[in-house]
Design a protein around this ligand. Structure first.
Ligand SMILES: Cc1ncc(COP(=O)(O)O)c(C=O)c1O
Length: 487
């Protein structure tokens, strides 16, 4: 292969045979990834300056030889990629994607539909509507849900809180008049809430001074008694309680708040009830877990995230609300160039229901995965992740050199490597040193967090390629690297 050459007329396209060769080259690269997936390192350590140097060039006017380009991609992008696909990733909330989604992404990218207006992507628009409804079904959301696919959990929470703000103050025409001159309103959530709620409150002009972070109990669930006192206090202080945000799967430990109790309080005080289900929402479909999610269906808005526990590649978040009209009332803007005056009825135009105009079809990969695998098999993978997490917790408990620190009902375990020491200060110091040491080692990728003021390791297992052997490998590698730090 050399440079692109067999042009189709005066365009950027090349003739079919050349195009096919390039596509197959890409396909080979992808298939190779899957062939080596079990051996994929968790992380490849490089100095940032070195990585920057690989790509440090001025804007290239001339084309590159395709052999060289593919080699560059293989060496510097593929072979250095963080191991999100493989079973040795435990950091943050990283799912391993799926083969079917990969094919879907290629098809979607080829068709280049714009899901901003119905007639720019009729089938993809209807598919997105269907996936929104399936997402609602998965969490047992009983409303005739409206919803929209967004980049991820952060965007879905921001969208949910935007609807909450715009509708709660709709009669005051807040979209037109802004927040100027009105009395402050307050949002209530737990101290374990994800940082995107803070960011959303900042972006919405409410200010983080108006977030009340309620403390959590020993299960890391929001204390509802404290919540009630805080609401009463704020009312007495002349503030306006506005929104309760419950979390269905906290990022630190996977705790699920008592959503029914939060819904009761929201109802009693006539507040908006939003649930951040970005991490844990989709596990609500598992029979054995439904009791944890009681009350989620009473939420006014819910953020879910298919690029977490539905094994989709980034990006695939989704916000759900009780019906489509709520989204339209929050986001619709008339624009002559988007007029639907000359179009038939029954078309749902996504640009009227969210902030973005041009949008790719994030729902397509979700739809194709669910169709190809069937929901039963996907749900079985979620269950397997939870079972493997129980196995990991069990191995930790049985060991004499690890200690469990927190364990929610989902697929996160917080723990420490103690090396057999009973000295908390020494253990904490050792675990802090483990993070960069494990990064340089690269065999597994795990990060830490702070719970109740203590630094701990945190493993999140949402990858259908994990096995008991890969979980054992995690502890072996930590032990190995930990010991080397003690030498
Ligand atoms: C509970 C929770 N909410 C929100 C988010 C943010 O999601 P995203 O990274 O897709 O923006 C995360 C991410 O891990 C999360 O765990």
């Amino acid at each position: 292969m050399t440079k692109l050459k067999e042009w189709v007329g005066d365009s950027l396209d090349v003739q079919t045979s050349e195009f096919r060769d390039i596509l197959l080259r890409g396909v080979d690269l992808l298939v190779d990834q899957y062939q080596q997936i079990d051996d994929q390192l968790g992380y490849h350590y490089f100095d940032p300056a070195e990585v920057a140097s690989w790509f440090d060039e001025t804007l290239p006017d001339a084309p590159m030889d395709l052999d060289e380009l593919f080699q560059l991609i293989q060496d510097k992008v593929v072979n250095t990629a963080t191991g999100n696909l493989g079973p040795h990733m435990y950091a943050y909330v990283m799912s391993g994607g799926s083969q079917i989604s990969l094919v879907a992404e290629q098809i979607a990218s080829c068709l280049n539909q714009n899901i901003g207006k119905w007639h720019l992507g009729p089938a993809m628009t209807e598919i997105e509507k269907r996936v929104v409804q399936w997402g609602a079904d998965m969490i047992g959301y009983q409303h005739q849900a409206g919803g929209v696919m967004l980049s991820g959990g952060s965007a879905a929470n921001l969208a949910g809180l935007t609807v909450a703000r715009n509708l709660f103050f709709e009669s005051e025409e807040i979209r037109r008049r802004g927040l100027f001159g009105r009395k402050p309103f307050t949002l209530y959530t737990s101290s374990e809430v994800h940082g995107c709620i803070d960011k959303s409150v900042e972006l919405l002009g409410i200010g983080t001074d108006h977030i009340r972070k309620i403390s959590v109990d020993d299960q890391y669930m929001l204390r509802t008694d404290e919540l009630r006192s805080q609401i009463n206090q704020d009312i007495a202080d002349g503030l306006q309680p506005w929104c309760i945000v419950g979390t269905a799967g906290t990022v630190n430990t996977g705790a699920i708040d008592d959503l029914d109790a939060l819904a009761d309080l929201a109802e009693e005080y006539q507040m908006w009830f939003h649930v951040d289900g970005a991490y844990g929402g989709l596990a609500a479909q598992l029979d054995g877990l439904s009791s944890y999610y009681q009350g989620i269906s009473r939420a006014d808005s819910v953020a879910i995230d298919f690029h977490k526990w539905l094994y989709q590649p980034f990006e695939a978040g989704c916000v759900l609300v009780k019906d489509w009209s709520e989204l339209k009332r929050s986001f619709y803007k008339k624009a002559e160039y988007l007029s639907t005056d000359f179009e038939g009825d029954g078309r749902l135009n996504f640009n009227e229901h969210n902030f973005q105009l041009s949008r790719n079809c994030k729902a397509f990969k979700v739809w194709m995965s669910i169709k190809a695998y069937g929901m039963k098999r996907i749900a079985a993978m979620i269950k397997k992740d939870i079972d493997l997490t129980a196995y990991l917790a069990d191995q930790i408990t049985k060991s004499s050199d690890f200690e469990i620190k927190a364990r929610g009902p989902l697929a996160i375990v917080c723990f420490s490597y103690t090396a057999g020491s009973q000295d908390p200060a020494l253990v904490e110091h050792l675990n802090k040193r483990l993070i960069p040491a494990l990064e340089s080692d690269g065999r597994v990728f795990i990060t830490g967090t702070n719970i109740h003021g203590e630094f701990v390791l945190r493993a999140c297992l949402i990858n259908h390629r994990k096995t008991k052997a890969s979980v054992d490998h995690l502890l072996e590698v930590i032990r190995d690297v930990g010991k080397s730090l003690l030498d």
